[in-house]
Write a protein that binds this ligand. Structure first.
Ligand code: GCU
Length: 577
């Protein structure tokens, strides 16, 4: 079944709160799964039911949901195994109604049980899934048990190695959704028209839609589908004018509310055209790390704080890396007027030959696109980050590109390439993947991991725009010193000045998203007194302290914005041609 579009805009109840948990490194709770009358944790029993039972959720500790488990308890900071969640909830099943459990995300694999029955499972830590529970529900109190396994896997997506913390658990909201037996489960509204899908035993339904005061009625066919052109020419959404329209979709007694903007995005040669006009992307990369409190960010408040900081920097663009962030991020970006790059965690080395990995990556891409394809702010689907060129990788990513284009031909495809300088200091972009994507993107670290930015000549084998998707240097907030001393704020600020001078020489550069808005946790960063499990390339510390480089980039963006307002086009000011 299609994921349910816009759960928050429907009749649904959040199951957020304190859930009982059992930490189960040996997966003993799952031992007898599948055996009738097994006493596994999924049955939610206790010694009061059977003296041989050796667990009792009611007397077990609790954790907050939504929330990763690692940042909630010091004993779980480095835990990457299986953990069981339990809570109960009330429900009153009725004829003609259906119930689903909606998970914003669960990292990495989740198995879900209602009243001891397995209602479904999901693999992939950053995308939503909906499980129908109608048949498993009973009137009154219901038991909900979720087994989450955050173990990293060779054929996983991501796989074994990442430069971010493997936050495990029910990291985003869990909602109980009630809908009519046949209901509007998906819709797509954009400049290219309206498309609706009804799911249920009687999918031929009338769907009444109002958008911008215009009303349109669609009749779905026996397969539940219908489409029609937009009944009016909407005002365009853009960062300078993020116009959103209130939308209602009524079907079979249910009314869904949404807010949608309309814009076009395309490329022409080296130009990125937003609503037909060249645009330069003044961006920043963001990890989904909760500002100020740490751990995996989630919900609207975190989104507003992170995107608010990006706006203070002078951004019109954000790269949400390296995995799909929570749904409110793109919705808040719609409202604030920020263009968005979304990405699936095909990161570094993936088991390119593994059908399991391909199926998982394809599933995550599909769930992301179906979730966010009504968001005007989202302009890029990124398929991967820093993957080394090899044939199996190219085939894997070509397959993902096909999936993305089939699901959504209206947005730009990209991936963050890893290109290293030639011996003469030339950067030639010729990765065959450049032939598959619409926009080139490169991560480069001249002046930090290698070389110097001065004198680097950038070339491309493709007549396509370039976004510099990463550049950055570590600095510990408050560590002051000479601009040649690594990890000082002065070094990082000087790094940005030198980088900006290089970027301004690249004629086909049409944007950048430096690495990164704020310091974030990583198990790979172990320099004592400096990193202490944090990647320190943020322009802000994990506590929101501004580093000197924040103002260097902000000044550059103010200059670019001024130039663009002054009709200076979209190329970097100093770039030839
Ligand atoms: C890489 C990678 C990031 C990483 C960064 C760094 O380019 O894409 O995930 O955090 O470099 O080394 O800081």
């Amino acid at each position: 079944m299609l994921p349910i579009q816009n759960v928050a805009g429907r009749r649904s109840r959040s199951l957020a709160g304190r859930w009982h948990v059992i930490v189960d490194p040996y997966r003993s709770g799952a031992q007898f799964l599948g055996f009738p009358n097994a006493r596994g944790f999924h049955r939610d029993l206790s010694p009061r039911d059977d003296a041989r039972i050796e667990y009792d959720f009611a007397r077990s500790p609790t954790l907050a949901v939504p929330g990763d488990w690692n940042s909630q308890e010091p004993r779980l900071l480095l835990y990457e195994g299986t953990l069981w969640y339990q809570r109960s909830f009330d429900a009153h099943p009725a004829a003609g109604r259906r119930w689903f459990l909606h998970f914003g995300a669960a990292n990495y694999e989740a198995r879900v049980f209602v009243n001891g029955h397995e209602v479904g499972s999901h693999v992939g830590g950053f995308t939503p899934f909906d499980l129908e529970v109608t048949a498993a529900l009973r009137d009154g109190r219901n038991s909900l048990v979720v087994c989450v396994d955050a173990t990293r896997r060779r054929d996983g997506v991501p796989a074994l190695d990442t430069d971010w913390w493997n936050y495990g658990g029910l990291t985003r909201d869990v909602r109980l959704v009630e809908v009519p037996e046949s209901f509007l489960c998906d819709y797509r509204i954009g400049l290219e028209g309206i498309e609706v899908t009804v799911d249920g035993p009687a999918p031929a339904k009338t769907v009444r839609i109002t958008v911008g005061g215009h009303e349109i009625t669609l009749a779905t066919d026996t397969r539940g589908g219908a489409r029609a052109p937009l009944p009016f020419a909407p005002e365009r959404w853009s960062p300078g004018r993020p116009r959103l329209y209130d939308v209602t979709l009524a079907c079979n007694g249910e009314v869904v509310h949404d807010r949608i903007g309309f814009r076009s995005i395309e490329t022409r040669g080296c130009e990125i055209l937003l609503n037909g006009e060249p645009v330069f992307l003044r961006g920043i990369s963001i990890h989904e790390e909760a500002p100020l409190r740490g751990g995996r960010a989630h919900g609207e408040d975190d989104a507003r704080l992170l995107l608010g900081w990006a706006q203070e920097l002078g951004c019109n663009f954000v790269r949400l890396s390296h995995y799909p962030h929570d749904e409110p991020m793109a919705r808040v970006a719609d409202e604030l007027g920020l263009l968005v790059w979304e990405e699936i965690p095909v990161y570094w080395e993936i088991d390119w030959e593994s059908p399991v990995a391909l199926e998982c990556a394809t599933g995550q891409l599909r769930e992301l696109i179906l979730r966010d394809r009504n968001r005007a702010s989202v302009v890029f689907w990124s398929l991967a980050n820093e993957t080394l060129p090899k044939p199996a990788r190219l085939e894997f990513l070509r397959s993902l590109a096909g999936t993305a284009r089939a699901l959504d031909p209206t947005r730009l495809l990209t991936t963050a390439l890893l290109t290293l300088p030639s011996s003469e200091g030339r950067m030639r972009i010729e990765d065959p993947l450049g032939g598959i994507v619409d926009v080139l993107a490169v991560n480069e670290y001249f002046g930090w991991y290698y070389g110097e930015p001065e004198g680097v000549v950038w070339e491309s084998a493709f007549d396509k725009p370039l976004v510099m998707s990463e550049l950055g240097a570590d600095a510990l907030a408050g560590f002051r010193g000479g601009s040649d001393e690594r990890y000082t704020e002065e070094f990082q600020a000087r790094f940005y000045e030198r980088q900006i001078a290089m970027l301004e020489t690249i004629p086909f550069l049409r944007g950048l998203s430096p690495w990164i808005l704020q310091d974030f946790r990583s198990p790979r960063r172990n320099l004592p007194g400096i990193q202490d499990h944090y990647n320190r390339k943020g322009l802000l510390s994990e506590r929101g302290q501004r580093k000197l480089a924040f103002d260097v980039l902000r000044a550059f963006y103010a200059r670019l914005a001024g130039a663009q307002r002054g009709g200076g086009g979209s190329a970097p000011p100093a770039a030839p041609g």
